[in-house]
Write a protein that binds this ligand. Structure first.
Ligand SMILES: [Zn+2]
Length: 283
């Protein structure tokens, strides 16, 4: 996938552990305050110019200034580019529909993390927390995706993040809240509803893929990478790997075939309204 490296987005919070030998520029509290004051004065976010995440516009300022060593990390920069590009796309789609898109924040972390949704142990897959509007991603997940599930490549990674951004869109549109309400009212359908929600996020990831294709950003093999990542994280394959058998009743994300189909639907149409995964749910 062709992309432009612009360092870390203002919507990325880098909570990875500092690594020895990093070319970090620790700002310190004084530097942070100075930069903050200057940023406010100039009306320009100087933090993003320096490639560090900004306390401006991030609600929970518990995390102040991560080291700039993250700027060495191409994977982090790639995720940052995908985040910005996908959110710019959603902002445009929302605007066409007279809605206002609010950016999600991507938190990069290593090991375990406490999100607004509680404690996530090490080796949790990427997840979205609707309570704090943040996507949590441990980049090591991409090693697992490649080594254990055979889904390698940059577009596979882009798909994973675009899927999580899709959950943010569902949160903004109220779809996720509606689903939670229905799940509480009808617990026996909880899994099916969860599958529909996940497949819709896959379809939204496909819509993003289409936008990359339209700007000429796809390279040979990229679409296959996205599809193989969608297939890799299907419930049937995950279950078979974990238990040796498949029980469709306990699916929460959908089968590999379903995930590929919905990703493909979003990609073909480029239209989020084609992502109605709920009308097919047998309640
Ligand atoms: Zn999901």
């Amino acid at each position: 996938m062709k992309w432009e490296n612009r360092g870390l987005s203002k919507n990325v919070e880098d909570r990875r552990a500092r690594r020895a030998g990093g070319a970090g520029v620790p700002l310190g509290v004084g530097g942070t305050l100075l930069l903050l004051a200057l940023s406010l004065f100039l009306g320009t976010d100087l933090f993003s110019l320096l490639g560090v995440s900004s306390p401006l516009g991030t609600a929970a300022a518990s995390w102040s200034v991560p080291g700039a060593e993250a700027t060495d990390d191409e994977r982090a920069h790639f995720m940052s580019a995908v985040l910005d590009e996908s959110q710019a796309m959603w902002a445009a789609i929302f605007a066409e529909n007279d809605l206002v898109y609010e950016d999600a924040v991507l938190v990069l972390y290593e090991g375990a993390i406490t999100s607004g949704c509680g404690y996530a142990p090490a080796s949790s897959g990427p997840f979205y927390c609707p309570l704090d509007g943040r996507v949590y991603l441990d980049l090591a997940f991409y090693d697992v995706l490649r080594d254990r599930y055979g889904a390698a490549g940059d577009f596979a990674q882009a798909y994973v993040l675009a899927h999580e951004v899709g959950h943010h869109v569902q949160n903004l549109l109220g779809t996720a809240a509606e689903v939670r309400q229905l799940q509480r009212a009808e617990p026996r359908y909880a899994n099916r509803l969860s599958v529909a929600l996940e497949l819709q996020a896959d379809c939204y990831a496909g819509v993003y893929g289409r936008s990359v294709a339209e700007r000429g950003g796809l390279e040979r093999g990229d679409l296959e990478e996205g599809l193989s990542a969608a297939a890799a994280v299907g419930d049937d394959r995950l279950q078979r790997q974990a238990t040796g058998q498949v029980n469709t009743e306990t699916f929460t994300h959908g089968s590999s075939a379903q995930r590929m189909r919905w990703f493909g639907r979003g990609f073909e149409t480029g239209d989020p309204s084609a992502c109605d995964t709920f009308s097919g749910v047998d309640l």
